[in-house]
Design a protein around this ligand. Structure first.
Ligand code: GLN
Length: 515
């Protein structure tokens, strides 16, 4: 394996700056890696679209600026020239955006998402668009209309979802950085099951402009990386106020990389860490619980004060989420009707009324999981049921926010396992939506409350990664980076390096099958 692809984004950026590696070499190394492991019957299949030509052009531009030196080279963003992969829910000019759906097959966005504008301005070459569950609905990426993504740790297992493509790309060294979106856990749960780092920022901390909306009051774009520091650097790049997003917070991004550096000393003296009683024990794999308990010991040894907190209303979080989220989904996806958006499908016979054309279009364009949620949401919002379902769920949402407020009165950050289980075999939960939904039991409360969360690798159970989640109060994302970097450092001391280096090397031949 080419050593360049093993580097963290921060280390690669340093080599680009000191001239020992060029951006062209870095992009080419990742494209070679993608060619070697992403395709074929047993390839990772993290990517839906590759953007090689443009990525190489951006790399060449960065290399030329660096070679010329002077003020323009000085002014380059610290991550300039470091390649990145983009979840295909985020719209990009010049590259297709499918949202993992047949509905948008072949669609080219006429504009860039705000995060993409920032990435272009900072000159990060975009390698391509990554696979996801259709319109980001799922926990395994198996609901993509474009085939499964495989978990690089075990190719017969799921990479998590909905952002399985971004997490798998980063875990398989196909990209050092990626963007994801998290509505109920779609950055953090894939991070947990692929042994990578993922962050859901505070709601409003990163512009949602140009992220195809799933559930607008829950959605948030965030970083997907192999190290905590890399997430901090990417978060600083994509964060900040955006007048195009009415929910965007009008304040500067905090010093996140500095917080990660502080954490990397491994010293958490004076930090109070609250263990959420309700997010452990029953329903959590024994191996997940064991790694979680060991992580608590490490955090304690780093000087943190470990306290137990109780969030009694978390019991209802999943139920509330599966009313609020589908309600918003049913509204947000109404525009996909073959008239305003999406590929039109005509009814096979009968009159061509607009209702019948829209009906045929939506019947053919959406997959089963998306339809299930639209039906659920439409029902929950219908007159006569609105108060009983949507109204009650909103009340539960308030109770969950109050649980967090009480918990944060006792602790600076909260901690839990990110996912109750490790990566499960492909196909094993596809026919059981409730079993699938349970994967997000620990991640959903943060979305309902609008607070930030990070997942960091916490060791292995049966050779599969376990994720540890930290949560912080709204606007206190920096605390996540400090705590996350501390745990990362303590575990690396134990393992003798990053956990991801323990992942079985993917054979570099997609044709013969990777095993
Ligand atoms: N897995 C969750 C769901 O299916 C979360 C999705 C997401 O965060 N986009 O709704």
């Amino acid at each position: 394996m080419n050593e360049i692809i093993k580097l963290s984004a921060a280390d690669l950026a340093a080599k680009l700056r000191d001239g020992s590696v060029t951006s062209t070499q870095a992009v080419q190394a990742h494209l070679d890696r993608i060619a070697a492991v992403d395709g074929g019957d047993r390839g990772v299949h993290a990517f839906l679209h590759l953007n090689a030509e443009e990525a190489l052009a951006v790399a060449a531009e960065v290399d030329a600026i660096r070679a010329a030196g002077g003020p323009e080279a000085e002014a380059l963003h610290p991550l300039a020239g470091v390649p990145i992969a983009i979840k295909d829910l985020i719209v990009t000019k010049g590259q297709p955006t499918t949202a993992g759906s047949k509905f948008l097959e072949g669609w080219m966005s006429p504009y860039d998402a705000t995060v993409i504008e920032k990435i272009r301005a900072a000159k990060l070459p975009m390698l391509g668009k990554t696979n996801l569950d259709e319109f980001a609905m799922g926990s395994s990426t198996e609901h993509s209309a474009y085939g499964d993504t495989r978990n690089p740790w075990d190719l017969d297992r799921i990479p998590g979802g909905s952002g399985g493509g971004s997490a798998a790309a980063v875990a398989a060294f196909e990209a050092p950085l990626a963007l994801g979106t998290d509505t109920g856990g779609s950055i953090r749960q894939p991070g947990a099951v692929t042994g990578t780092v993922g962050v859901k920022p505070t709601y409003g901390g990163v512009s949602r402009y140009g992220a195809i909306a799933m559930a607008s009051s829950l959605d948030q774009i965030g970083p997907v990386t192999r190290t905590v520091r890399d997430s901090a650097l990417l978060h600083e790049l994509i964060g900040g106020h955006d007048p195009k997003d009415s929910t965007s917070i009008d304040q500067p991004v905090a010093e996140l990389a500095a917080a990660a550096e502080q954490g990397a000393t491994g010293d958490l003296t004076g930090v109070r860490i609250g263990v959420i009683r309700e997010l452990q024990g029953e329903g959590y794999d024994a191996g997940v619980q064991a790694r979680f308990d060991e992580s608590l010991q490490l955090l304690r040894s780093a000087g943190a004060e470990i306290v137990e907190v109780s969030c009694p209303n978390f019991e209802y979080a999943l139920n509330a989420y599966y009313l609020i989220m589908p309600s918003e989904v049913s509204s947000n996806l109404a525009k996909f009707d073959g008239v305003r958006y999406g590929n039109r499908v005509l009814p096979a016979e009968g009159p061509m009324t607009i209702e019948r054309v829209m009906g045929a279009t939506r019947a053919a364009g959406f997959g089963d999981e998306v339809k299930r949620r639209i039906i659920l949401g439409t029902y929950a919002l219908s007159a006569g049921y609105y108060d009983a379902y949507y109204g009650s769920a909103q009340k539960v949402r308030t109770l969950i926010q109050r649980d967090f407020e009480a918990a944060f009165a006792q602790a600076d950050v909260l901690v839990s396992p990110t996912s109750p289980v490790v990566a499960f075999p492909l196909g094993s939960k596809l026919d059981d939506p409730l079993a699938m939904y349970l994967n997000d039991v620990a991640t959903i409360p943060a979305n309902l409350a609008g607070i930030p969360g990070i997942t960091v690798p916490g060791g292995l159970s049966e050779n599969l990664p376990v994720g540890i989640q930290f949560l912080a109060p709204a606007h206190e994302d920096a605390r996540l980076y400090r705590a996350g970097a501390a745990l990362e450092k303590l575990l690396e001391d134990q393992w003798g390096g990053p956990l991801i280096n323990q992942a079985p090397e993917l054979a570099e031949s997609s044709k013969e099958g990777v095993a």
